[in-house]
Unconditional design. Structure first.
Length: 172
């Protein structure tokens, strides 16, 4: 877990001041560094909430994606694409979920070399309890009111759009 530092000053702000003295404008550096620090904080909060369910956030995301699918199963390559992760990461997550009894794996009948991952009843049950735990802590964003969460999503989405992460389509 990322422990609260409780520093008497903001090290990112302090670095920004030094940056400005040495290199020039620091707003981009401050914002990017803050995003990385918030990611650490959120992942630590997620890990703490998911630990009692023997899940990491990456594995939780796979289970949720499978619950969102019409049939409860998806090809591993689709899971990787939707979660925007490397195939090796998907394979590792699926291996752990199979070992836990949350997912079953079978050959994809429509693709001779492909594999389908399907959520089990135990997997659906753990998604329900893990989702309740994450929702209870507002996914780690309880410090922000709803309108600011929506604004934050919009701001970060513009960065993702600019990077080509997704296409800019109506309705997202």
């Amino acid at each position: 877990m990322v422990r609260p530092l409780g520093l008497p000053f903001d090290p990112i702000e302090r670095a920004g001041q030094t940056w400005e003295e040495r290199f020039g404008p620091a707003s981009a550096m401050r914002a990017a560094t803050s995003v990385f620090r918030v990611q650490q904080i959120l992942l630590a909060r997620f890990d703490e909430a998911l630990r009692p369910h023997a899940l990491t956030f990456a594995r939780y995301e796979v289970l949720v994606l499978l619950t969102f699918s019409r049939t409860g199963e998806l090809p591993l390559k689709v899971i990787g694409s939707r979660l925007m992760v490397h195939p090796t990461s998907v394979t590792n997550a699926i291996d752990r979920l199979v070992a836990a009894g949350y997912v079953r794996r079978r050959p994809n009948p429509e693709d001779g070399r492909g594999v389908l991952a399907g959520i089990t009843d135990e997997g659906r049950a753990v998604v329900t309890t893990a989702t309740a735990a994450l929702t209870e802590l507002d996914f780690g964003l309880a410090d922000l009111p709803e309108d600011e969460r929506a604004a934050l999503f919009d701001i970060l989405r513009r960065v993702r759009l600019g990077a080509g992460d997704v296409q800019d389509t109506p309705g997202g």
